[in-house]
Write a new protein. Structure first.
Length: 170
């Protein structure tokens, strides 16, 4: 489903609210907003939200988290503790969803965050270059993997954006 301009504005407002909640440490609110975003706008909505977060990173990441070519690097932007916390939020989310009767992978094996950094870096680079095919290719890499890989990547992207975006600063 192609999102209208009004839908895209609404998705960006929800994505910004998720960023602020994440930066404040209120992951439950960010998760609820994300659930509403997916329910209302589907896969197109979460794709637009991820693009918004990636744009925030590409535009506002400090020099300390970039390589010599100016590309944001996930391994420099996220501490091991922050990356592990993102994986744990996905694990808890799966547990809560299963308790509510929502179909989720049974006993999913969570990927190590570092195993997704290459895909995340390629995705950020494609967004920075406005390369739609590059974004699609990075996401397709995850489509071949279990759903949990995409969920962890999405959570890592949100955590990284919450560290870089001026929207999260008071």
């Amino acid at each position: 489903m192609e999102l209208t301009t009004d839908d895209q504005r609404a998705v960006r407002a929800l994505a910004a609210a998720m960023l602020r909640s994440t930066a404040e440490g209120d992951h439950r609110t960010a998760s609820r907003i994300g659930g509403g975003l997916v329910a209302r706008f589907g896969a197109g909505g979460i794709a637009d939200a991820m693009t918004f977060w990636a744009e925030e990173i590409a535009d506002h990441a400090p020099a300390t988290v970039r390589d010599v070519f100016g590309k944001p690097q996930p391994d420099k932007a996220l501490s091991p503790a922050a990356a592990a916390a993102a994986v744990e939020r996905v694990r808890r989310g799966y547990g809560e969803s299963a308790a509510l009767g929502v179909p989720v992978p049974a006993n999913p094996e969570m990927p190590a965050p570092a195993s997704l950094y290459g895909t995340l870096a390629r995705y950020l680079n494609a967004v920075q270059r406005h390369d739609r095919d590059g974004k699609t290719a990075a996401i397709r890499e995850l489509e071949d993997a279990p759903q949990v890989g995409f969920d962890v990547l999405r959570e890592l992207l949100l955590a990284m954006a919450s560290e870089c975006s001026p929207l999260t600063r008071s």
